[in-house]
Write a protein that binds this ligand. Sequence first.
Ligand code: BES
Ligand code: MN
Ligand code: MN
Length: 476
Amino acid sequence: MDTTFVDREQPRLLQELSEFLAIPSVSTLPAHSGDCRRAAEWLRTELTRLGCPVVTLIEGDGHPVVWAEGPAVPGRPTLLVYGHYDVQPPDPLEEWDTPPFEPTVRDGRLYARGAADDKGQVFCLLKAYEAVLDSDGRPPLNLRFIFEGEEECGGRVISDLLRAEPERTRADAALVCDMSYYAPEWPAVYTGLRGLCYAEISVRTLQRDLHSGTYGGVAPNAIETLVRILAGLKDEDGEIQMPKFYKSVEPPSKRELKTWRKLPFDKERFLHEEVTSRALTGMKDYSIFERTWALPTLEIHGIRGGFTGDGAKTVIPAQATAKVSLRLVPGQRYEKVGRQLERAVAELTPKWADAKVTLLHGGDPVVVDVDHPAFGVLDQAFESVVGRKAVQVRAGGSIPIIPELGLAGAPVILTGIGLPDDGLHSPNEKLDLAQLWTGIQIFGRFFELFAEQAMAKDGGTGADESVAEAEAVEMA
Ligand code: BES
Ligand code: MN
Ligand code: MN
């Protein structure tokens, strides 16, 4: 691949990405479902322009999945590219220096919701493909693109699709570009993701709200009852207090722990600039990497109930609801954890209250064995552009569909071009443009090297173990 594409096309690429980012594809807010569709349409147009003979929006009960197939390249391997076009809500709006859906460049960074998570990275992959087409005149391998619009909201369109058609995503490897470098100049590949179990806990203690003077002292307060239940689920050191909860937790491998101990890490910078608190909390016997990558957590996201408007109202609330989630690690399954949560809440609920746990969505944790040759190819691509191989780390975050991608043993390459300070889900989310420009070269190189590697493996006779070849055999 020649490297002039990015230099030549920068202004156009920036213009196109800005157009994509300006679409407020906030999947969790029903008012934006038209915008989610517009973002999907934007991708459809782009994939068609890139010469994909198959480009479809797959409908379901929610936002569409964008599916595309590049031109068939017989004898070459098949790579599945996954990403998501939906974004998190942008609030609090007043904390943005420029509006979240008016992409703006400042100091070489592009600020917008979705700049790093994940539209900017989806764009990077599309442009890497375009760069390879521009330079080589034809695709080096078989590409399949799957972009969902419900990653951030736990929608089911993509999982329903993959359950109904497990063969669709069969590939020699999957490339997921929804993560970040470990640090500037330190590209990363991920050996694990945490899973998630998201739930609502509602408590009712009265039939209706009551005067807090007349009944205060005798009437059970729903918010108080709820916060006592919540407090009972986790102790002050961050240990989750649910029966047998840690039993199935598998510790990280020796190799992982050894790698993590050698990672450069500035605790003060992490505390003050990333976390922005005065102290770190959690299970003190474990390192920060273990706590954020290899141990489960329980977080309270919000509590609703009672009176929260301006002014004062003296009321005993009858009802209160909390949104909570647990991050899960290898060994745990979200369905089982959901049942454990239901049981723990039931045990913590006093007899005069009704508590209900509603599971909203979940995803299992992911473990990736990075010994497959595809990871060597990724290293080569990073090395040729950034001068350093990928460090092997894990992420505390989740991508619920990954365990369901149906890869049947094929490797899933979790990587990305973000930086740790991109501010995912926060105000002033950004993408460093230098990361985008190098990213286009990295993944362009990766496409070429992955094809070459598979060819070399079977001595140039055609990738006889590849998915493309298997399909040809099936059709014959
Ligand atoms: N890209 C993130 C996941 C991620 C975050 C990976 C940080 C690596 C590092 C993804 O878009 C995300 O935010 N996922 C949600 C999933 C949830 C809403 C089901 C998450 O982790 O909260
Ligand atoms: Mn993401
Ligand atoms: Mn996200």
